[in-house]
Design a protein around this ligand. Structure first.
Ligand code: TPP
Length: 513
């Protein structure tokens, strides 16, 4: 058996059965091995940032890692922005990078690059397998690292001779690593703060914004008078009916400072103390009150649900039903507004839908109007590097085995970074409905000009204008095999949503906003 076959067999043994790939010459033996070892679903992405973003979306829904297959340092470099987003979302990915043969590397051929150095910027674990005999062992270790708590990126660099040489050995799956132990002092401290009568915020992120974490946090809040909020961005939030009407710490500095100013204590549950995405002249970088005390109940490498349960037990908190979100909204009518679109999505989304949210400026208020939608999962752009909404939607659909409708709320400028995702959606016949929020500009950056105190002239404004020439998203989608139509009103958008939800396969609604 060659190294490549031992790699595929080991991945399958370790539970990795989906591979997002954009291969080159150095990965040919891996690709050939896929034919010999049935069981690995292989999905082609037409640019590496689509590949890595799909792997991120897959993990967020499947709850287990897929592998990627990337070509040399430059292929990895193309995929780095979405690996960055995946790292922020705490997604586990077995990131496989084929590379120059060990004896060819010193010759400095054109595609030779410092692959390890590129990998280290986003990976918690990096290893190069230089011998076919080691590939299976290293692959099992990579899966174990990727499945850590929280999930993380494990990059396995595979020189082509390690793939094609004989001597490959299939390795057994390694056990899952347990979460880091809880700290009883952190528990006692949080209980003391919550009993003190002071103004306390429980700030949730990561595992804590899942359904179980929300319920426990709500019980604590009900019994102690604390408030509950979620981080502005999270990899995966459980939302809709049967879940807490969790609000996010706002994005805009002034709004975030206002939302947080009254809290004397903030108890972090896998969250970080809130800071701005950016610094702005004369505004604070840290958004909570300067006198607030910050306490950590659970770090990302600990079990947040167990920590919240322990706190519930310590405080002797009774059961508390989640508040009712009220009636499901009706679809809105008229010119598209953020509130109207959110209501329409909430009115029409099927049960257990998945929302991939790269709506940027249009979608900041979507939460408020979607609490009464059926239970669904909401995936954010976790690392701020635009261009992951469409790949994450694609990977999420695959993570759900095509059984759940994905609604991709997608700003136009960000869509253009990884538009090739639509081709993969068409090829794999995935149930993804993209609502393309077409404002023909980098709208958020117009606001950012003001916030940083710059005065934009015509050249500056033209850098934010996507209307010269206009992008025709209907044609772009159709050109990649995805059906599409344009809507200029919310009722038009609702009609197209209904049609698309009733049919298998992808659909793009070009919503002119
Ligand atoms: C990888 C990366 N490149 C550039 C940026 C800077 N950036 C942030 S938002 C944005 C424009 C977003 O425009 P669009 O997706 O159309 O959303 P809108 O602002 O119109 O809501 C840009 C270029 C970024 N965040 N990440």
């Amino acid at each position: 058996m060659n190294g490549a076959k031992s790699l595929v067999e080991t991945l399958l043994k370790s539970g990795v059965d989906t591979c997002f790939a954009n291969p080159g010459t150095s990965e040919m033996h891996f690709v050939a091995a896929l034919d010999q070892s049935p069981g690995m679903r292989c999905v082609l992405g037409l640019q590496e940032n689509v590949v890595t973003g799909m792997a991120d979306g897959y993990y967020r829904i499947a709850g287990k890692p897929a592998c990627t297959l990337l070509h040399c340092g430059p292929g990895l470099a193309n995929g780095l922005a979405n690996l960055h987003n995946a790292r922020r979302a705490k997604s586990g990915i077995v990131n496989i990078v084929g590379d120059q043969a060990t004896y060819h590397r010193p010759l400095d051929a054109p595609l030779t690059a410092d692959t390890d150095a590129l990998a280290r910027t986003v990976s918690a674990w990096v290893r190069t397998s230089t011998h076919a005999e080691d590939v299976g062992r290293d692959a099992a270790a990579a899966v174990q690292a990727a499945r850590g708590r929280p999930g993380q990126i494990a990059t396995l660099v595979l020189p082509s001779d390690a793939s094609w040489n004989e001597g490959g050995r299939v390795a057994e799956a390694l056990p899952l690593l347990p979460p880091a132990p809880l700290d009883p002092r952190a528990m006692d401290n949080a209980a003391r703060v919550l009993r003190s009568g002071a103004k306390v915020l429980l700030l949730l992120a990561g595992q804590a914004v899942g359904a179980q974490g929300q319920l426990l946090a709500w019980r604590i809040a009900q019994a102690t008078g604390a408030a509950v909020m979620g981080d502005y961005v999270n990899g995966h939030v459980a939302r809709g009916r049967g879940r807490l009407q969790l609000e996010r710490v706002p994005y805009v500095t002034d709004a975030a400072v206002k939302a947080l100013e009254s809290f004397e204590h903030i108890v972090l549950v896998q969250a970080k103390a809130p800071v701005g995405f950016f610094a702005y002249p004369d505004k604070p970088s840290v958004h909570h009150s300067p006198t607030a005390q910050i306490h950590t109940l659970a770090r990302p490498e600990q079990d947040a649900v167990a920590a919240l349960q322990a706190l519930v037990d310590t405080l002797g908190v009774p059961q508390a039903p989640l508040p009712d979100p009220g009636p499901r909204p009706e679809p809105a009518r008229g010119a598209p507004t953020p509130e109207g679109l959110a209501q329409t999505v909430a009115a029409l989304m099927p049960e257990h839908a998945i929302v991939s949210d790269e709506s940027i400026s249009f979608g900041r208020g979507f939460y408020k109007h979607t609490h009464a939608a059926p239970a669904h999962d909401w995936l954010h752009l976790a690392g701020g590097a635009i261009g992951d909404g469409l790949p994450v939607a694609t990977g999420a659909a695959l993570g759900a085995q095509g059984q759940r409708r994905v609604i991709s709320l997608q700003a136009d400028g960000s869509a253009m970074y990884s538009l090739q995702s639509w081709w993969t959606q068409a090829r794999e016949r995935l149930p993804v409905t993209t609502v393309l929020l077409n404002n023909r500009k980098y709208n958020i950056l117009i606001g950012e000009y003001g916030s940083v105190g710059a005065t934009p002239g015509p050249t500056a404004m033209s850098m934010l204008d996507l209307g010269n020439p206009n992008l025709d998203f209907v044609k772009l989608a159709e050109g990649m095999g995805v059906e599409a139509a344009r809507a200029t009103t919310l009722e038009g958008c609702a009609d197209l949503m209904r049609q698309s939800f009733a049919r298998p396969g992808p659909f793009v609604i070009d919503l002119v906003i």
